[in-house]
Design a protein around this ligand. Structure first.
Ligand SMILES: [Zn+2]
Length: 296
């Protein structure tokens, strides 16, 4: 896979494809890691990155205490007691973190018609959000307007949740217009430190198989809607995914090269529907460990 990615790099660098520029950056970093690129395992982020842990345990293992337990004699009725804690979230996928990539001074890919990736992804995010909320998901966005949070800040939003998935949104400058592709991170070595913590920059490693499953669902729905799109998820070294401790995918829509941006606007409802249906199909597969510190 690494060879495939590297083989594509010159084309992407010349055309300025946004997602692929990230690939090129990661490619060189992987070959020549710098100190800042390597994990700081003692940082709080490294600890955060370990949670939540996916597990194959059945959901029932961490269900809230049974409400059917009868009161013991001599005690007041538990149903009359004031609630001092919020109800526990059901196990599994509850939150979708949407990441409209780029922003601020980083415009992302730009088309000749004045189309800016950083603006289009925000508009896609709004429609994706509506589609997800209609299926009962809570949606968080890494940016609401024209800001440009760091990669780590964007990942941290997902890493702070239990039961979240992460979707980063891009509009490519390459690819057949009217198609869409889903990427997951390439294989990562576990890279645990001496304490067994997973380092921040490999936070995605334990989630790769879940990410592929999630990505395949979304790609399948995209392929039904947008002819010429792949049928299955592809792997690539996408920087944003690597530090995300949750099932995480990159969705890339083609392309900013369309002459009329209405062609992209028309794709937004289909992309939103595919992501929402993909998240819904994936939902039963994502079970959270009862013990947050438990290793997958
Ligand atoms: Zn991009």
């Amino acid at each position: 896979m690494g060879n495939r990615v590297r083989g594509l790099l010159p084309k992407y660098i010349l055309t300025g494809a946004c997602l692929a520029v990230l690939l090129s950056a990661i490619g060189s970093l992987r070959a020549h890691p710098t100190p800042s690129e390597l994990a700081a395992p003692s940082s709080p982020k490294a600890r955060q990155a370990q949670q939540p842990s996916p597990t194959s345990q059945p959901a029932t293992s961490q269900a809230p205490a049974s409400p059917a337990a009868p009161p013991s004699p001599g005690t007041t009725s538990p149903s009359a007691a004031p609630q001092t804690t919020p109800p526990a979230q059901p196990a599994g996928l509850n939150v979708v973190v949407l990441d409209p990539a780029h922003g601020g001074t980083d415009l992302g890919a730009r088309g000749t018609g004045g189309i800016r990736e950083s603006e289009i992804v925000l508009e896609f995010a709004a429609q994706i959000r509506t589609a997800l909320e209609s299926l009962g998901f809570q949606v968080m966005q890494t940016r609401q307007g024209n800001q440009n949070p760091s990669f780590d800040d964007r990942s941290a939003i997902a890493n702070a949740q239990r039961g979240a998935v992460f979707v980063t949104l891009h509009i490519a400058s390459t690819g057949m217009p009217g198609t869409a592709r889903v990427y997951v991170m390439t294989d990562l070595p576990p890279g645990n430190d001496a304490t067994g913590l997973i380092s921040w920059d490999r936070a995605q490693a334990p989630f790769l198989s879940l990410s592929r499953k999630f990505g395949d669902y979304v790609q399948g729905f995209l392929a039904q809607r947008f002819k010429g799109s792949p049928n299955t998820v592809q792997a690539a070294a996408v920087r944003q995914l690597r530090t995300t401790a949750a099932p995480a995918i990159a969705v890339e829509v083609s392309s900013v090269a369309v002459e009329d941006r209405a062609a992209l606007d028309r794709m937004a409802p289909g992309v939103a529907d595919a992501i929402a249906r993909g998240a819904s199909a994936f939902r039963p597969s994502y079970v959270i460990a009862a013990n947050p510190g438990e290793r997958p």
